[in-house]
Design a protein around this ligand. Sequence first.
Ligand SMILES: *[C@@H]1O[C@H](CO)[C@@H](O)[C@H](O)[C@H]1NC(C)=O
Ligand SMILES: *[C@@H]1O[C@H](CO)[C@@H](O)[C@H](O)[C@H]1NC(C)=O
Ligand SMILES: *[C@@H]1O[C@H](CO)[C@@H](O)[C@H](O)[C@H]1NC(C)=O
Ligand SMILES: *[C@@H]1O[C@H](CO)[C@@H](O)[C@H](O)[C@H]1NC(C)=O
Ligand SMILES: *[C@@H]1O[C@H](CO)[C@@H](O)[C@H](O)[C@H]1NC(C)=O
Ligand SMILES: *[C@@H]1O[C@H](CO)[C@@H](O)[C@H](O)[C@H]1NC(C)=O
Ligand SMILES: *[C@@H]1O[C@H](CO)[C@@H](O)[C@H](O)[C@H]1NC(C)=O
Ligand SMILES: *[C@@H]1O[C@H](CO)[C@@H](O)[C@H](O)[C@H]1NC(C)=O
Ligand SMILES: *[C@@H]1O[C@H](CO)[C@@H](O)[C@H](O)[C@H]1NC(C)=O
Ligand SMILES: *[C@@H]1O[C@H](CO)[C@@H](O)[C@H](O)[C@H]1NC(C)=O
Ligand SMILES: *[C@@H]1O[C@H](CO)[C@@H](O)[C@H](O)[C@H]1NC(C)=O
Ligand SMILES: *[C@@H]1O[C@H](CO)[C@@H](O)[C@H](O)[C@H]1NC(C)=O
Length: 625
Amino acid sequence: MAQLLWLALGLLLASSVAEAATANYTFTVQSMRINQLCNNTDIIAVNGQLPGPTIDVFEGDEVVVDVINSSPYNLTIHWHGIMQLRTPWADGPSMVTQCPIQPNSSYIYRFNVTGQEGTLWWHAHSSFLRATVYGAFIIRPRKGNAYPFPMPDQEVPIVLGEWWSQNVVDVENDAVMSGQRPIQSDAYTVNGLTGQLYQCANETFTAVVQPNTTVLLRVINAALNAHLFFKVAGHNFTVVAVDACYTANYTTDTLVLAPGNSVDALIFTDATPGSYYMAVEPHDTLSPSTVATSDDDSTATAILLYNGTSATATPAMPTMPTNFDTTTANAFYFGLRGLPAAVPSPVDVSMTIELGLGQLPCDATQTSCTGKAFAAAMNGVSFRLPTQLSLLEAQFDGKPGVYTADFPDAVPPNGTAMVEGTKVRSLPYNSTVEIVLQNPVALPSENHPIHLHGFNFFVLAQGLGTFTPGNTSAYNLVDPVARNTIAVPTGGWVVIRFLANNPGMWFFHCHLDAHVPMGLGMVFAVENGTTPDSILPPPPDDLPMCRPGSKRRHVVPPPPPPPPEAKAQPPQSHETNGRPPSNKEGGDITRGGAVRSGQDKEQGRSITCLLLLGLILGTIVPLAS
Ligand SMILES: *[C@@H]1O[C@H](CO)[C@@H](O)[C@H](O)[C@H]1NC(C)=O
Ligand SMILES: *[C@@H]1O[C@H](CO)[C@@H](O)[C@H](O)[C@H]1NC(C)=O
Ligand SMILES: *[C@@H]1O[C@H](CO)[C@@H](O)[C@H](O)[C@H]1NC(C)=O
Ligand SMILES: *[C@@H]1O[C@H](CO)[C@@H](O)[C@H](O)[C@H]1NC(C)=O
Ligand SMILES: *[C@@H]1O[C@H](CO)[C@@H](O)[C@H](O)[C@H]1NC(C)=O
Ligand SMILES: *[C@@H]1O[C@H](CO)[C@@H](O)[C@H](O)[C@H]1NC(C)=O
Ligand SMILES: *[C@@H]1O[C@H](CO)[C@@H](O)[C@H](O)[C@H]1NC(C)=O
Ligand SMILES: *[C@@H]1O[C@H](CO)[C@@H](O)[C@H](O)[C@H]1NC(C)=O
Ligand SMILES: *[C@@H]1O[C@H](CO)[C@@H](O)[C@H](O)[C@H]1NC(C)=O
Ligand SMILES: *[C@@H]1O[C@H](CO)[C@@H](O)[C@H](O)[C@H]1NC(C)=O
Ligand SMILES: *[C@@H]1O[C@H](CO)[C@@H](O)[C@H](O)[C@H]1NC(C)=O
Ligand SMILES: *[C@@H]1O[C@H](CO)[C@@H](O)[C@H](O)[C@H]1NC(C)=O
């Protein structure tokens, strides 16, 4: 008996080592010339691709990404929606969890994707570089687990972007220096391509589908500053997940995604075989709408083509909502339900955060600003990133003077002037935090997509007008949707709740990139717990330092010259029963810059092994009751 037990334990250990598949990627970030809108534009991109490579892994895998910065700019990468449990040093927001990777340097991001499934994405988290430095991040159920919906026959990543024909770092610098909004973008894109409604669009992203099959669209809004409507002519969607959190089935003909959001939606190809546009246009949320007349309201398209239909057939166009159709957007956001969930309770920390837009006097660095600059604030504090040391290093080292822990829990009295500061809110480890996010009811008001790093949160309630204590009776504590980015309605409010079980510094900010340098953010400083698993770990050796010459800085040789010209490269659409290509031969495979250890086939074994061990110990309890 004892021998059997040891054998079982040995098997368990061996197989759990084999099970911990590691997905290794190398991201080389460099300049690339791309032809778009009749222009050649030099952009910064990963591995010569727009969008960049898709990260495609199983739940429970370890992900290792070596980011080599061969661009002329400081850079970081954020893994948007990855919870980074005990790996805060891999989260990526510049000056929050790390100093930037400087040109000709590199940093290896290492983290596990545990307890999350669905569609996320990655993007640069420094200046406006995420306009072109982004890609999909797909997490599949580990072997033996299934989706909570029938397995799709095919899946197609749909990464929506926003395009400028100019250098986007210059676009941001001009906006910051002048204290004005950035100039409007020139186009929207689907998988890097504008589609045929723009000039000189000689290529369009096309997904070929088989009739009478189920197709999973993994839609991501990677736009910098635009909320987006997405429709497919002749087809309805069944939404099954948002922000990599499963939802109850929700049928609609229109998806709405705030920047940062992702939606997993099934379509069934039972329309008359033909060619159908997938169309994208912005949802302008600024009220009164007269303020928004300078927005880029153009329409991007891709094509859903039934196999057998000619690629030159004229596609059917969906009827799009108007750009100001907030009714349609709110119907979508308010109508979603999650799966039944254990919402943390009772609440330990209760906050109200008001999102404010306003003005501040130009500061000395704003060389082309006259008088006042646009500014934004949470509870009257216009957030400023530190410049000398990242917040996480300051927290770890206990270094004073980098931030203050006095972010207010409540809205300041009417008439209080906006202040600038690097203010954080400390949270005891494992506290349950509830936040009312309140947009101004008085005009002007705008929908702000607020993104929380390090956690998913439950969306308990949302509404228009001013939140009142009576609204608590409308809380959904049964099956609230979970998200990482919440669109706070124009002139309205949202209540979110999360468990602060991850020590570190976690940015909480507007995902309209234009609002980040204006100050629409704050940071949660989650304290250590008492167990080894709840203590902030030390930084990795290669963490980039702010000052040159540090031992932690890892210098790489200068890159080969970039290829003279490249084209947009849409991500591969898998037709593999929901699995990435597996490694039948047992060696390593390389795809789009990825090397993946070939251990998928081992994943079934530990379950068998656990069963065996359970039988030996007599701990297997029949599930049926
Ligand atoms: C091409 O770029 C130039 C400036 O770089 C700009 O003036 C022009 O509008 C661009 N064309 C299009 C179609 O975007
Ligand atoms: C990922 O999980 C494995 C198994 O728990 C652990 O050994 C490893 O250190 C984790 N990796 C990271 C980067 O935390
Ligand atoms: C698209 O148009 C550009 C500019 O006219 C041209 O250089 C390029 O070769 C075209 N690409 C294709 C695939 O036709
Ligand atoms: C799809 O299903 C419909 C209804 O069952 C059937 O009439 C049609 O022939 C099918 N189409 C194809 C291409 O199989
Ligand atoms: C989409 O769903 C609506 C409401 O259920 C229905 O009226 C409409 O016919 C559906 N459209 C398609 C193309 O299936
Ligand atoms: C959604 O509908 C499918 C059938 O189309 C069903 O298998 C699945 O259980 C449903 N999901 C939920 C969460 O109700
Ligand atoms: C289209 O259908 C044919 C015949 O069933 C098949 O051989 C081919 O692979 C399909 N093409 C695509 C792009 O799916
Ligand atoms: C948490 O523990 C780490 C490691 O001991 C320490 O460096 C850090 O300062 C602690 N954090 C806080 C907020 O006390
Ligand atoms: C705030 O004060 C201004 C004048 O200073 C006043 O017009 C406004 O009604 C006040 N708002 C609230 C909510 O009290
Ligand atoms: C954290 O809180 C959750 C929910 O309240 C609880 O289940 C868990 O045991 C707590 N963990 C620790 C380490 O205190
Ligand atoms: C790049 O980062 C370094 C280190 O944080 C900083 O000293 C430098 O000013 C940054 N450069 C730019 C252009 O922001
Ligand atoms: C992936 O990286 C890990 C750790 O850096 C390494 O041990 C492993 O050999 C790598 N796997 C492949 C397939 O390169």
